[in-house]
Ligand binder design. Sequence first.
Ligand code: 16G
Length: 252
Amino acid sequence: MTIEEYLRPESWMDGAQGPRYVQLRKRLEDSISQGVLGSSAPLPAEREIASITGLSRVTVRRAMQELVDKGIIIQRQGSGSFVSDGTPKVEQSLSRLTSFTEDMVQRGLTTTIQWLERGLFKPSLDEVVALALSSGEQVARVARLRLANDKPMAIERASIPSDILPDPGAVETSLYEVLDRDGNRPERALQKISAINLGSADADLLGVDAGAAGLRIERTSYLSNRRVVEFTRSVYRGDAYDFVAELQLSKS
Ligand code: 16G
């Protein structure tokens, strides 16, 4: 059965069954769970769904928006709506200093790693400056593709002073766990987030098309004595994250 046939209103729309947009949202969810629409399949345009169902475009938009909010469908500017490929959508607080592993465990997702780089290196100028390294000092690098339930979520390239992480091989899953064990858990961090279009190498790792939306995040974390413990440059999938910040009225 095609999605157009599946959406014909005779078989599911019912005046006694609550708001129309809820009924349409459920019908669209059913079309996905029953396999009428497969993973990554395109949905008909809003205008077309309105004409098949006889509902207004406002009603159709509302139903679609709920599916976007639930991470079930993804809207791409200029190319329409698609069934999500199952990449988890994560809502991430901007005010809590947590690790990737902790964030995913809290959501019941299983994390895995693909190693990109791990070892001691001669630092780049950026690393010398960000970590305040003295001349001749090495840097520990821990660069990973991070996956949640087998879906690529982010590329994280962490640099740590080598006296804080003398053996990068000790990091098997969580960097913060190793830092914590040695009494070097970051206490404070500054984070800079910018919007980017993914280059082809990063897009390949993240399993999206080159040019897709992404987030570049730079995190500098500090120990309680204000020493920089971590300088991490990350690239996150734009469709996998919502960053949430709590704002309070300034008292001054
Ligand atoms: C987070 C941090 C990253 C940190 C990592 C440690 C952002 C943007 N990045 O992903 O800087 O290195 O957690 O996670 O939040 P881990 O302990 O699971 O290795």
